[in-house]
Design a protein around this ligand. Structure first.
Ligand code: F0G
Length: 485
């Protein structure tokens, strides 16, 4: 049957891309033998693979997006003056208009902003609650002397829970923490939208509003991690009563209005390869940030970025808020998720905004958490098809700084992260087929032993070697007591 071209555009359900391809980047297809050599050289850590040896790179959606022709044209308008670059003022206006904060400090990427805000607001001995940790965010809080406390709702730790806003903060946990340590010890609450480590799960507008109300009653600031807040706004529009007819732009502004500032990695929502910012409403905090940025990043009108980077990010803000873009972006993630769900693959549900998370605990129940099932599954996926994914389990969770023990997170996941505007539907099909192949031969997949462990953010550089399959099997089901990581 011929396709029915008379279907009105507003009834079309497809997530088809609102762009066409002007330039391509050629990829190398590798053989299983070549991949075995590359994986061994990388110590079974996908972060240590060379990109040239990867076919479909789903390591991260960070800095891996394809920029538009408009962004590339903007690069040519870079004003590379040391001070007062016109691109800074363009970026500042775009952030003020779209995120609604008064003051903007550019930083080289998200963690630059996290470093500044942690140093400014945290005193040693403080406690910072948040809706699940993010690796760099928590580390900067800890390096500034704080202890991170996870106050996300319990459903976030359950990969099968279908709760629509698994990024929500449990108000009772937050209240209990205030009662226990006292508001004076809590300089701010860290609110992420969406929550990366929970599977890209959104937080609801109602929850942000309530968290903000409770925090403000106690004089506690709310700092938003706005890295994927536009994707979060899309979920609010889809899932929360009263938002279906609102624009993504107006939802974003309202979300930010309940907070005192944000840290931003422009490398995600904002479709650039590098860049970030710290945005604030409070003059005193801004003044201190403007002082510190000069020490750690660069002058307050470039913060570690070139003029052209700031221009591309300012244009990216507008493109990211385009509803056709965001529908296609999240639609593509959902498309891959649906293929895996239909094949019975255990993934974190509901499908989140930027990635599919394989539940390595259910995928490899015979591999104990001490043998890093998610790390092992990511390595096997590379061997299978040249697809690069990332561990988000016990290796990412690191060690408890006091006791030196592994943090054992409840979620032991492999993240298939989808870069924006980069891969096609056929790449998603190949990815689904490869994961399904792995699932069919999962019994033969064993665990790993860590043979090198760096001190900070160990997942980036740790090295592993395989443990014989039989060894793992004897320890079947042996998971340490999950702790809040
Ligand atoms: N916050 C969130 C929620 C993030 O996902 C990231 C980075 C950051 C902050 C830090 O930003 O990388 O620009 O310094 N996430 C990347 C990822 C690394 O792969 O998920 P950055």
């Amino acid at each position: 049957m011929l396709p029915n071209h008379s279907v009105p555009a507003e009834r079309r359900r497809s997530w088809a891309e609102p762009y066409r391809i002007k330039m391509v980047e050629l990829l190398k297809m590798t053989t299983p033998a070549e991949r075995r050599v590359a994986l061994e050289a990388a110590g079974y850590n996908t972060f240590l693979l060379r990109s040239d040896d990867v076919y479909i790179d789903l390591l991260t959606d960070s800095g891996t997006s394809a920029m538009s022709d408009a962004q590339w044209a903007g690069m040519m308008r870079g004003d590379e003056a040391y001070a007062g670059s016109r691109n800074f003022y363009g970026l500042e206006s775009a952030v003020q208009a779209r995120y609604g904060y008064r003051y903007v400090v550019p930083t080289h990427q998200g963690r630059g902003a996290e470093h500044l805000i942690s140093r400014i607001l945290i005193s040693p001995g403080d406690v910072v609650p948040g809706n699940m940790y993010f690796t760099t965010t928590r580390l900067h809080q800890e390096l500034a002397g704080a202890t991170f406390v996870d106050v996300i709702i319990d459903q976030a730790h359950d990969p099968e829970s279908l709760y629509p806003f698994k990024g929500n903060i449990d108000l009772d946990k937050f209240r209990e923490l205030i009662d226990r340590v006292g508001a004076k010890k809590i300089p701010y609450i860290s609110v992420a939208a969406t929550v990366n480590m929970a599977g890209g799960q959104p937080i609801s507008m109602e929850n942000i509003r309530q968290v903000s109300q409770l925090a403000r009653q106690h004089g506690i600031r709310v700092i938003l991690d706005a890295t994927r807040a536009i994707e979060n706004a899309w979920f609010i529009k889809q899932r929360e009563a009263g938002f279906a007819d609102r624009s993504i732009a107006s939802i974003l502004l309202e979300m930010c209005s309940y907070t005192d500032g944000c840290t931003m990695s422009g490398k995600k929502d904002l479709l650039v390869n590098i860049g970030g910012f710290l945005a604030l409403n409070d003059w005193e905090v801004f003044e201190e940030a403007r002082n510190l940025v000069v020490v750690y990043e660069g002058l307050h009108t470039y913060g570690g970025l070139s003029g052209r980077d700031m221009e591309a990010m300012a244009i990216g803000i507008e493109e990211a808020l385009n509803e056709d873009h965001i529908r296609a972006r999240i639609g593509q993630v959902e498309y891959l998720g649906q293929q895996l769900i239909q094949a019975g693959i255990p993934i974190v549900l509901p499908v989140g905004g930027h990635a599919i998370y394989l539940d390595a605990r259910s995928f490899l129940p015979h591999v104990p958490q001490d043998e890093f099932p998610a790390q092992s599954l990511a390595a096997e996926l590379y061997l299978e098809a040249g697809i690069r994914a990332m561990e988000r389990g016990v290796i990412s969770a690191g060690r408890n700084l006091q006791t030196g023990q592994h943090n054992y997170p409840k979620l032991e996941l492999v993240r298939l992260t989808i870069p924006r505007r980069v891969y096609t539907q056929a790449h998603m099909d190949v990815t689904a087929e490869s994961v399904i192949n792995l699932y069919e031969r999962r019994e033969a997949i064993g665990g790993l032993k860590m043979i090198y462990e760096p001190k900070y953010l160990r997942f980036f550089q740790a090295r592993f070697e395989p443990v014989a399959v039989g060894t793992s099997r004897e320890k079947r089901g042996e998971y340490a007591d999950p702790q809040e990581a």
